[in-house]
Design a protein around this ligand. Structure first.
Ligand code: TXA
Ligand code: MG
Length: 347
């Protein structure tokens, strides 16, 4: 498999080559051997060491698996984009262990502090004014004056952040535009040979990416996600306005076509066609091949969504996938957002 930088030549304890030293170097056709690391103190220490040397590690969070790299290291961040094949204009989320560390990278106003107190650690990302002197790679913020920051709740993510001791840039650990990974084997399937290691943990509990709120002005919902917008509105005491557009996305999840399986996707289907794999929701779809939640629980459906999208894609073959209607309540809104993008015309 072709890859951008020859990191396999790096020996133990030596930093990976800097971006500058690699300028002008051509693509090197060599595949990395992606290690599967167990979640033990040795595995976490090995992952932290890879990150310190500018390497990339797939790791679990409560939302989806992230592809982590040192957010202060231009080369590591550039390799995240290369490994994902992601368009470079999209900024990345910076993961930190706590609010105190977050405040060294971003300026918090009143609402931001209120939301941090209510929902961190957890599946909430806030976009806030960037502290330019804090040492983040400008690639992480795509040169913007704001930074997206989040404190994950997953114990393995937290252990990794503490062992590494720095901020981690971490988009979802999947090739750009494809289904997000909620299990370690999803990460391996998409990125094996392109990253140094994956921390091999269980499935993600939430199963949807974090909710992103813009707070550098009046609070804006930039991406519905694993924290219900109603809960955020209740704490803020004001309704959120909707932000972003498919034409000028500030989140790749805002691109009209995203999270795309290979098979075509149809939504709000109560009568599937013969060549469709029907994915049910609730008790009214007993004939469905798969179900996001047989009881009609949107939280369970969110946790199952990306895994079932993959299964349905495999089962569909040359056919298509048809989803039963999902109510726009709580996490249902984020599920429908992802499904609409999976169903959108492909570029
Ligand atoms: O749950 C999650 O958030 C996962 C896990 C791994 O933590 N991460 C994730 O990252 O979904 P990613 O890169 O796939 O999505 C991050 C989103 C992007 O859509 C990006 O455009 C947006 O955050 N973002 C980052 N910086 C931003 C900024 N300054 N302004 C607006 N949006 C920003
Ligand atoms: Mg993603």
């Amino acid at each position: 498999m072709a890859k951008l930088f020859n990191t396999t030549a790096t020996t133990e304890n030596k930093p990976y080559p800097s971006l500058k030293s690699l300028q002008g170097q051509r693509y090197v056709t060599m595949s990395l051997k992606t290690q599967s690391l167990d979640v033990t103190s040795e595995g976490i220490a090995a992952a932290a060491d890879i990150l310190r040397r500018g390497g990339l590690v797939g790791f679990p969070t409560e939302t989806v698996y992230g592809l982590g790299g040192d957010a202060r290291n231009d080369h590591a961040v550039a390799r995240i984009f290369a490994a994902k094949g992601r368009p470079q204009f999209n900024p990345l989320i910076v993961h930190v262990p706590d609010l105190e560390t977050a405040q060294t990278f971003a300026v918090f106003n009143g609402p931001a502090r209120t939301l941090a107190a209510a929902f961190w650690p957890g599946p909430l990302t806030m976009v806030l004014p960037l502290r330019h002197d804090a040492g983040l790679s400008p690639l992480v913020t795509a040169g913007l004056d704001t930074v997206a920051i989040r404190v994950p709740a997953h114990p393995t993510a937290r252990a990794l952040l503490l062992a590494f001791g720095g901020p981690l840039a971490a988009p979802s650990a999947n090739p750009s535009g494809r289904i997000s990974p909620t299990r370690a084997d999803h990460v391996m399937a998409g990125l094996s040979g392109r990253i140094e290691a994956v921390l091999n943990d269980g499935p993600c509990a939430v199963g949807l990416e974090s909710t992103i709120i813009g707070l550098d002005g009046p609070p804006v919902l930039l991406r519905p996600g694993g924290l219900a917008h109603e809960a955020i509105e209740a704490v803020l005491g004001t309704p959120l306005t909707l932000g972003g557009s498919a034409d000028k996305p500030n989140a790749p999840g805002q691109l009209a076509s995203h999270y795309a399986p290979n098979a075509g996707v149809r939504l709000d289907v109560t009568t599937p066609k013969p060549d469709e794999i029907w994915v049910g929701f609730g008790p009214d779809c007993p004939a469905a091949a798969l179900s996001l939640s047989p009881t009609g629980d949107v939280v369970e459906a969110a946790a199952n969504l990306f895994h079932i999208l993959r299964l349905a894609d495999e089962l569909a073959g040359q056919g298509a996938i048809a989803f039963a209607p999902i109510p726009e309540i709580g996490l249902g809104r984020a599920i429908n957002d992802r499904l609409r993008r999976a169903a959108a015309p492909r570029p």
